[in-house]
Design a protein around this ligand. Sequence first.
Ligand code: C2O
Ligand code: CU
Ligand code: CU
Length: 491
Amino acid sequence: MAKREVYTDYFYDENVYDFHDGGYVPLVMPNVPEKKLLIPEVLQPDRVQGDEIWYTIVAQKGETAILPGLKTKTWGYGMSILGKTVILEDGKHYHVHIVNNLDEITTLHWHGLNIPGPITDGGPHAPIYPGGSRDIEFTLHQEGAQTDWMHAHPCPNTARQVWNGLAAFVIVTDEQARTLPLPQTYGVDDIPLVLQDRTYHNNQLDYHKDYDVDGTLGRYPLINGTINGVFHVTTPKLRLRLLNGANRREFRLHFADNRPFTQIASDCGFLDPVIDLTKLMLTPAERAEVVVNFSDCQPGERVVLMSDDTPLVNFDIGNFSPNKQPIADHLVTIPQWQADTDGQLQTTVMSGMDENVRLDGQLFDMTRIDRQQQLGKTVDWDVKNTNNPDGGMIHPFHMHGCHFQVISRNGHAPYPNETGFKDTIGVNSGETVRIRVRFDVLGVFMYHCHILEHEDTGMMAQIKIFDPQNPQNYHLKSMTEIMNHYPSKKE
Ligand code: C2O
Ligand code: CU
Ligand code: CU
């Protein structure tokens, strides 16, 4: 195998980094004792019968020891913060019972899963009332193994509910992924890392106090619900499933010793070819899987994952025999989609900042269908960010219910780590990113900026996926209608 180039920049234009924003809150590591990094346990099914699997997920309140002293009141899925990791297998049929033990309406969105909208997908049209529950079922057909996530998505309270803790990993696996020579023992050499940031007031979260209309930033890093966490490395190679789960912050990741690592996957599956990097930037909701090799380290050594100059997680090196075998260039072959000739180029525009953010010049309306696309057609979309390149911001564009391929950035080749399927893409100020989009499930789906405060302000729209052979009608309720129709008796 020829030696691969090691990329040493973030690819993005430096002018649009979030720290050029007037309201930027620097990320700092507080002086607190280290503690074991939380690795969420795997959610166990209630029942398995052949290819049918039943799960229960409970949105609940709890208390988490984050800082020394008082515990922090937080929310989670079956845990006090974040949630148990759901591991799904492509091709299986799932039944999920979702319970809301909070005092307000929530929804549970499966970010990255191609499952029908708007109800199963879990956007704002699928409310779960306090004390109530919702049952969904779906057969999973993804384009391949991937790291997805689930989070609350009620309109316009997504940002606050996620800030309080409602976000968890969803890992999709399949036969092919299991045969690849990659670390894949969950919690041992294959670990999820959700990157977030929070500010505390007397050890408590106060979303309203910290609110910023351009995206709420936290002062301290919170990685897997842990500050100053330590992970004990017991294998030469470690696979990190990185998720930017922050409301607004971009994470610019690198190791303190600048060691290179291999990015093997992006949002919705493997890259082809994989790439070696020393720096990786993730905008909100983007994911990356990377493999880090610690074979050159001595037992007792510490390697620190950083964002800019701030430490995020400490990796303490244990005893293991080195394995310098590099990751193969090609793990999988990715089909190169062709745009359907009868599909018309779509253009969508993200504009404005603060309360002036708009998607295609409009604010979100839950009862309005903004555009349509035919089931199974592959259509090119130009996603534009019209912010001024000096002083504007990156808007991470996300679509529910589908995957896309990145075709170009301002007419140039996409970044070298954009060869895989994605569902979220950072679009720089003044940039047009062309993506190739295909929906394989029917429904009404959201597409929006994934800065959660922009989404809650209304930088969001809806697309209806139709099949001329199988016309469907959707009754779309507004959030006011949903709020006014609390079930008379709790289930
Ligand atoms: Cu993470 Cu509307 O989604
Ligand atoms: Cu989503
Ligand atoms: Cu935005």
